[in-house]
Design a protein around this ligand. Structure first.
Ligand code: ZN
Length: 248
């Protein structure tokens, strides 16, 4: 382990263009439960209510979806960046960080103080709400307030269309602009650091693959093994906060 931390630190020191890829594991260390973990918020709902087709076609699915989402949003809103997020901010301050590509929708990287244009949210954000008909964007808190006065499910104030948190749901296409940007940065970076992602959700998980296949180094810090471990220079299965603090 000590050896791996030293090797990771040396890779970071000798790199000029680092791409960080983060998943749920970095947020669980801020107290945000992994969506899919047993006993999590999800296990009390029927996942079929969360498919885009059902959110659009069935008002009862939409209500269930909003109930789950509101519950989850309150947890995310209260969470704070942890030492792993803060270590990434220090990395940005050294001028070595090109971008953070995140699967997380909780804005913890923003709240750690990064320049917002360095953060690519490939699964969207829970902090905005969009209209599926006219594309109008609302602040989440504004919609939460309407829900708290009994407007459930909420509709667009402009066109009465269906409102949905600006996250990527099951059955919904990945945002093209963000994915293209992430892939381009992956092909240009000299080091990719994966934090808290099991790298099984595609196409998101392909981003570190683009980096390695273009000749970049790879560091993976995750609780469990990943399908890309065999291509990595450094793999540590431990707390992301602990290891990132030490490495950076
Ligand atoms: Zn609308």
């Amino acid at each position: 382990m000590e050896q791996m931390i030293l090797k990771g630190a040396e890779l970071i020191r000798s790199s000029k263009n680092i791409l960080v890829f983060t998943g749920a594991g970095i947020s669980t260390e801020s107290g945000i439960p992994d969506f899919r973990s047993p006993g999590g918020i999800w296990s009390r709902y029927n996942p079929s209510d969360f498919y885009l087709d059902n959110i659009i076609s069935s008002e009862s699915s939409r209500i269930k979806y909003w109930q789950m989402s509101c519950e989850y949003y309150q947890v995310m809103k209260k969470a704070l960046p942890n030492p792993a997020h803060l270590a990434l901010k220090r990395l940005e301050d050294t001028g070595r960080l090109s971008a953070i590509v995140t699967q997380n929708i909780d804005r913890l990287h923003h709240r750690a103080g990064h320049s917002p244009d360095r953060i690519i949210e490939i699964h969207g954000t829970a902090f905005l709400v969009s209209c599926l008909s006219c594309g109008e964007i609302y602040e989440r808190d504004e919609i939460e307030e309407r829900i708290s006065t009994g407007e459930m499910p909420p509709y667009c104030g402009k066109c009465s269309g269906i409102l949905k948190p600006a996250t990527i749901s099951f059955g919904q296409a990945m945002p093209e602009k963000e994915m293209n940007e992430a892939i381009m940065l992956a092909m240009q970076c000299d080091l990719c650091i994966v934090l808290g992602s099991s790298l099984v959700v595609y196409p998101a998980a392909s981003i570190p693959e683009y980096a390695v296949d273009s000749g970049a180094g790879l560091i993976i810090i995750n609780r469990d093994g990943t399908p890309l471990d065999h291509k990595a220079d450094v793999v540590v299965n431990d707390s992301i906060s602990k290891i990132m603090q030490a490495m950076v």
